[in-house]
Design a protein around this ligand. Structure first.
Ligand code: GCV
Length: 827
């Protein structure tokens, strides 16, 4: 087969879905009738932003520079305005009379005899969103000549949260250091903050909490607020409000009071003054986000006060300025008693917040994670969504892939989010899907919405992987309209990011849409949660780490069975927090969907799923299927060579190949762990049986020494070899004893983040592979986080060949490796 020539152009991913890449001549011709000028009617800075953006986009995609005009059109024009101003020049336009803030109308009308394409916002924000809408339609190659569109956002709060620390590190951030902070201060150069706001505005996001919910009091010190004001300045042209996370103990921690009791008059007055100080410098400040009484953070419980006491005190200070107070429901006891079969972390949010329903002020919003635990690969909807009928709510979704592969694994999260958003809580027997609850529709609340933990960083591609941007895009689009389908969202994103080539679009759409299920298949079966090292990085496998501790992410496996019994009848009673209709879906084994079985029930390994498979065989099979699907992604992606710019092509290919290796690490760790625990072998003979492998510890070692790996299932055979002879090269050799043919040789090694060892592979005297282990994986230890695969394809091997691995340590990394796997690829 002839490959198309590689595209010479390179794309760093910086422009994400706003590339405005030139359309093909045929596509461009569709827009020949577009007016030649763009007029702004109105005096908002956002209208000027809209105009500049429209000119930029049209120039990029169509190669034409629109004339920039102010005031009513004097020729055929694109008019950017607000609905109110539109009425002063075109009384007869079809624009609706009232729209939610941020809403817009796009349509055609004659103004003073000129044919105009009008983008009219309910306010200037709406005009900006409408501008991005028009540009999106052009990029998607849609006909805009007879456009008539009315759009309005689903909810007023469409915010992202950044977990940035003031020193520049980002908690659970995988795209580089903070774009806002460095070394304890706000960065001098905030151009990235402005560009981020542009990306956010393009999908309708209107607020950004810039610092970690694990907040330092310092953010509120007098000399920091002017620095925050500079970030607000960078956001303002894009209509994005600045908000911050606060530490409830700040009045005490900054040394000004000896208490932070929310009912203490001095504390109340401290916060009032502080909020006034903020608004003097940032008049459009959005509000506060609070994490309290959670994971060691101070909270109202210190003084016997409730979350409502704390939230209402802060909300009262913000109210005169129009600010809102988001209070997180992620409050739980992280020192639960593992021996107590009734203890259940999942119950905490409902137990704490449901009794307070109706006690929160009107500008308080309770921010609730989608599931009752913590952003696991699959969880049911949090019962709290149905438990707060008299309280504003926002759903917290995690764009940054903390428990879902940390942007090294391809995982498109929109289908997962939609599972929660579309879930009917059946409150009072009514249709009350989570999306209608958080947008305020179900219980008639004007406030509420969406918070997405995004954690972009200084990496040029923002999230560390251009494919992961689909999640940021998807979050914004869902926050705007949670009724959009995953397929529609990804299709837009792919076209905007990679162009309209049908093969490219079909291939990437399908990879993205299947990727969550794929990841779930090799990391967290049947609702058990992501079986990662919950005490460390939350990245690689660490199956047993969730058990026998106070964190409560238990799945209670023993040698007979697995799963948390959360039933009302015999378990923790968690299911009783749902409405009777939802209880019926989960209380019995018969009704519970397979994919949440272990979240709700404890069953024997031999229990038969609805699919007919036993639980244990499902665990084995799904892990093998997941790996096979990742291998297919590599083949799919390779079919796009030459159709995607070389820079992103090579980057994504590297990531997908890495994912193949790491999915095998996951598969083997989880399957081995459950095999050891259950004693039930894989009916297909794969688990713990790897005929293609030669363990490093069984090779002839020169300088290398075997070590035990902890936990043992994170390495093949539970052991690796390390080269601890400083400054020297170690070697491990074995003889190949299989028939002659073409083979691929894979080396499973450990890439620790405190060194960059060199590896060389020889067949006889011939060097066939060489690399440096210089990746920055989240660990300095040998284990599931760092286990990495190097493939050396296309080797003609003969029986009797000596295969030698040479490792040269560097820094703290002793050139460790696990095994060599050799499989036949041709005759
Ligand atoms: C910001 C999880 C994460 C923490 C995070 C916390 C939260 O526990 O691992 O890093 O803290 O959630 O959402 O507050």
């Amino acid at each position: 087969m002839l490959w198309p020539p590689a595209r010479a152009d390179a794309d760093t991913g910086y422009d994400a879905w706003l590339r405005y890449a030139q359309l093909t001549p045929i596509e461009r011709a569709k827009y020949n009738a577009l007016p030649a000028s763009v007029n702004v009617l109105g005096d908002s800075a956002l209208l000027q932003t809209s105009q500049t953006e429209l000119i930029r986009g049209v120039r990029g995609m169509l190669g034409r520079t629109l004339r920039s005009e102010q005031g009513p059109p004097t020729e055929d024009s694109i008019l950017l305005t607000t609905i109110d101003r539109l009425r002063t020049v075109a009384l007869s336009s079809q624009a609706p009379r009232s729209l939610e803030p941020g809403g817009y109308w796009i349509g055609h009308a004659a103004i003073h005899g000129h044919d105009c394409l009008i983008i009219a916002g309910a306010g200037a924000h709406g005009a900006l969103y409408g501008t991005f809408d028009l540009l999106r339609r052009i990029a998607l190659d849609q006909d805009v000549s007879r456009l008539r569109v009315t759009e309005q956002p689903s909810a007023p709060v469409r915010w992202v949260n950044q977990w940035d620390n003031l020193d520049g590190r980002i908690e659970r951030g995988y795209g580089g250091r903070s774009i806002f902070f460095d070394n304890g201060s706000v960065r001098a150069d905030l151009s990235r903050a402005g560009d981020y706001a542009r990306l956010l505005a393009s999908v309708g996001i209107n607020g950004c909490v810039v610092n970690n919910v694990n907040a330092t009091p310092k953010i509120l010190s007098a000399n920091f607020i002017p620095q925050l004001a500079r970030i607000a300045d960078a956001f303002r042209p894009w209509g994005v409000k600045l908000a911050i996370s606060i530490n409830l103990a700040t009045p005490e921690a900054l040394g000004q009071l000896d208490t932070f009791d929310p009912l203490d008059p001095n504390v109340i007055s401290w916060w009032n003054q502080k909020v006034d100080e903020i608004y003097r410098q940032i008049p459009d400040f959005g509000g506060f986000l609070v994490k309290a009484d959670s994971e060691g953070k101070p909270g109202p419980s210190r003084y016997g006060r409730t979350p409502a006491d704390a939230a209402n005190m802060l909300a009262a200070a913000l109210k005169p300025h129009g600010g809102v107070l988001l209070y997180r429901a992620f409050v739980y006891n992280s020192h639960l008693d593992w021996h107590d079969l009734k203890a259940d972390r999942a119950k905490a949010a409902y137990d704490i917040f449901h009794p307070l329903d109706g006690k929160f002020a009107g500008n308080v919003i309770i921010q609730i994670k989608n599931g009752p635990i913590d952003f696991q690969v699959r969880e049911p909807a949090s019962p709290l969504f149905g438990g707060l009928q008299k309280t504003n709510q926002a759903i917290e979704l995690q764009i940054t892939q903390e428990y879902t592969g940390q942007q090294r694994h391809l995982v498109f999260l929109v289908p997962m989010w939609k599972t929660t958003l579309d879930f009917d809580m059946h409150v009072d027997g009514r249709y009350t899907p989570v999306k209608d609850i958080v947008t305020g529709r179900s219980f008639h609340h004007p406030l509420g919405g969406f918070a997405g933990v995004s954690n972009v960083g200084l990496d040029l591609n923002w999230l560390g992987n251009p494919m992961a941007l689909a999640n940021l895009y998807g979050f914004g689009r869902l926050a705007w309209n949670p009724n959009l389908s995953s397929a529609a969202i990804v299709d837009e994103w792919t076209r905007l990011t990679f162009g309209n080539d049908a093969d490219v679009v079909r291939t990437i759409d399908s990879m993205q849409l299947t990727s969550w299920r794929t990841y779930e298949d090799y990391t967290g079966p049947l609702g058990a949660g992501t079986l990662t090292d919950i005490l460390g990085s939350h990245y690689g496998p660490g199956v047993g780490s969730a058990e026998h501790n106070g964190w409560g992410q238990w799945f209670r496996a023993d040698h007979l069975g697995v799963g948390m019994d959360r039933t009302v009848a015999t378990g923790t009673g968690f299911i009783g927090q749902y409405s009777p209709e939802v209880q019926k879906q989960y209380e019995t084994l018969q009704a519970t969907p397979d994919n949440l079985l272990l979240f709700f029930h404890h069953v024997p390994y031999t229990y038969k799923l609805h699919s007919g498979q036993t639980v244990i065989q499902y665990i084995y099979d799904s892990h093998y299927e997941g790996v096979d699907r990742v291998k297919q992604y590599v083949r799919d992606w390779k079919s796009l060579r030459g159709r995607v710019d070389e820079q992103r092509y090579a980057f994504v290919l590297g990531r997908l190949k890495y994912q193949v290796g790491h999915s095998i690490v996951w598969r083997d760790a989880v399957c081995t762990w459950f095999y050891r625990m259950s004693g039930i072998p894989d009916s297909r003979g794969r688990v713990d049986h790897y005929p293609d492998r030669t363990e490093a510890e069984s090779m002839q070692l020169q300088g290398y020494a075997p070590v035990d790996v902890v936990p043992p299932e994170d390495a093949s055979g539970g052991k690796a070899v390390v080269c601890n002879t400083a400054g020297q090269t170690c070697a491990a050799r074995f003889q190949f004893e299989r028939p002659a043919g073409w083979y691929e040789l894979d080396v499973q090694y450990f890439d620790l983040n405190d060194g960059a060892s060199t590896f060389k592979v020889f067949v006889g005297k011939q060097l066939v592979g060489e690399w440096i282990a210089d990746d920055d994986l989240p660990n300095w230890r040998i284990g599931g986080d760092t286990s990495t695969r190097r493939e050396i394809p296309g080797l003609a091997l003969r029986s009797g060949d000596e295969i030698r691995i040479e490792g040269t340590p560097n820094g703290g990394e002793p050139a460790p490796f696990d095994y060599v796997s050799i499989h036949k690829t041709g005759p």
